[in-house]
Design a protein around this ligand. Structure first.
Ligand code: URP
Ligand code: ZN
Ligand code: ZN
Length: 472
């Protein structure tokens, strides 16, 4: 099966070029100048299918490096299965996810990982890989980390928050970093001072402050900044590279930027919710409505200017990646667990479907360039998580994961309108997007076209990842 994507402008992390893309089977066979006769006089007449991309951008499929399908959390499970979540991702132009396999305290790492393979295998509409959450750092899990790396799970997430659930103390973090220094794994850190937060939460509840906004007020920026600083110091001490996930506080990113300026191998990720949404407007919505936006780290105050600063750090390069931290929960029976006690609201927002569209608004608003959009959503995550060459780039030999994006198109985000995630609401209700994901190709198969889903579960393959390209 051969396809020619013709007439479009290919946008990469480094530039734009008008060129046609020839896809043969699952991979890209050639990138040729329009009308080129290098591969025969009339390429369009020799291929099986032609996709007309005139006036549109042709970009590498999105790589979302941070999702949580079916995550057991807060007394319930994230509401997207691998099937529904990867289908929604495809609708939005994401062709690869990296989800977090979970080892809970007391569980064997290998068992947690096997459970994740079982959930995902045969159910994904797009390709997928895994990071591993280490919920208990001990001799066994440190040994298991070496096996993970050999098996293509080349990054582990540690938590400085959630005591009693996923929390690692400083000694455990130090040991995991020492191991990562040896085996090449990338340490991903949830950087919040969980011990201090738990005291603030108990004090707020004792005062009768139970509404969702208290989730944010009891996780002030100092708790993120302090943990970020501590994680960086431990990384410096051990020489291990560090990737801090879901950063929302401008002070924490300033600390990260300072360490980067000093030459340390530390990287930051943010998410669309921290760029667009705020503590006052969403988390502080009347009644229990704010529960829709309870996530950790929390949304930050617009009055304090975090959102503008995060856009700036995306431009300076101090924030390297935009992922979604997709962790959806319905209001009914899930978020509702926290009525009368904000600390019982399951933490997470669903966005896997909207990341490319939301970040493209940054281009429209003049916050980032087209090239930076592609770099943040596709190329850098592919490099960061050991997939580059196969993913994150349009060049011969790469997987044919390609999105045709129409800058003249329009997308109205809304539960009734464009929603494919398994949730009973949209955290992005009412967002009007300049731009539209027209065609999505995953390993040479068109999975979305003309407003129709043409893919299916089982198409997505497991990706054994290499080491992060930024570390070697
Ligand atoms: O609120 C969030 N972020 N939920 C998902 C779990 C995590 O910490 O990433
Ligand atoms: Zn986290
Ligand atoms: Zn997460």
């Amino acid at each position: 099966m051969t396809t020619l994507i013709s007439g479009g402008t290919i946008v990469s992390a480094t530039g734009q070029v008008k060129a046609d893309v020839l896809v043969d089977g699952e991979t890209i066979a050639a990138v040729v100048a329009p009308g080129s006769t290098a591969l025969g006089s009339d390429l369009a007449s020799t291929v099986d299918t032609v996709i007309d991309a005139t006036g549109k951008y042709v970009i590498p499929g999105g790589v979302d490096g941070h999702t949580h399908m079916e995550l057991p959390f807060g007394g319930t499970n994230a509401s997207d299965t691998f099937e529904t979540g990867t289908t929604a991702a495809a609708w939005g132009g994401t062709t690869t996810i990296i989800d977090f396999a979970v080892q809970r305290t007391g569980e064997r790492v290998q068992d947690g990982l096997a459970a994740w393979h079982e959930k995902a295998a045969g159910n994904c509409a797009i390709d997928y890989g895994f990071h591993q959450i280490l919920g208990g750092v001990d001799d066994d899990s440190l040994k298991a980390m070496d096996e993970l790396v050999a098996d293509g799970i080349t990054s582990v997430k540690l938590f400085m928050a959630y005591p009693g659930v996923f929390y690692s103390d400083d000694g455990q973090i130090l040991r995991a970093m020492q191991q990562a220094r040896e085996n090449g794994a990338l340490i991903m850190m949830h950087a919040e001072n969980g011990m201090a937060i738990d005291v603030l939460v108990a004090q707020a509840l004792a005062r009768g402050e139970t509404d969702p906004i208290n989730h944010g007020l009891t996780r002030p920026w100092e708790t993120e900044e302090e943990a970020t600083h501590r994680a960086i110091m431990l990384a410096r001490l051990t020489g291990a590279p560090l990737y801090i996930v879901h950063m929302s506080a401008k002070q924490a990113v300033a600390t990260l930027a300072e360490a980067r300026d000093q030459g340390y191998n530390v990287f930051g990720e943010t998410c669309p919710q921290y760029l667009y949404l705020s503590l006052e407007e969403q988390l502080g919505a009347p009644g229990f409505e704010g529960a829709k936006w309870v996530c950790s780290t929390p949304l930050r105050s617009r009055a304090e200017g975090h959102q503008d600063e995060l856009w700036r750090y995306l431009r300076t390069g101090d924030l390297s990646v935009v992922s979604t931290d997709h962790c959806p929960f319905c209001m009914k029976e899930q978020k509702e667990l926290g009525v009368g006690d904000f600390s019982k609201i399951p933490n997470g927002i669903g966005s896997v479907e909207h990341r490319l569209d939301l970040l493209y608004q940054g281009v429209v608003m003049g916050e980032i360039t087209l090239e930076r959009w592609v770099e943040l959503c596709s190329t850098t995550p592919a490099r960061m998580f050991g997939l580059y060459g196969r993913k994150g780039v349009i060049e011969p030999g790469a997987d044919a994961d390609i999105v045709v994006y129409d800058p003249q198109g329009h997308t109205s985000i809304g539960y009734e309108k464009t929603h494919h995630m398994n949730m009973d609401h949209s955290a992005w209700e009412g967002f009007e997007i300049d731009g539209h994901v027209d065609v999505v190709m995953s390993r040479g198969s068109v999975v979305v076209s003309e407003g129709e889903f043409r893919g299916g579960k089982g198409h997505g393959k497991y990706l054994k990842r290499g080491l992060s390209q930024y570390l070697h």
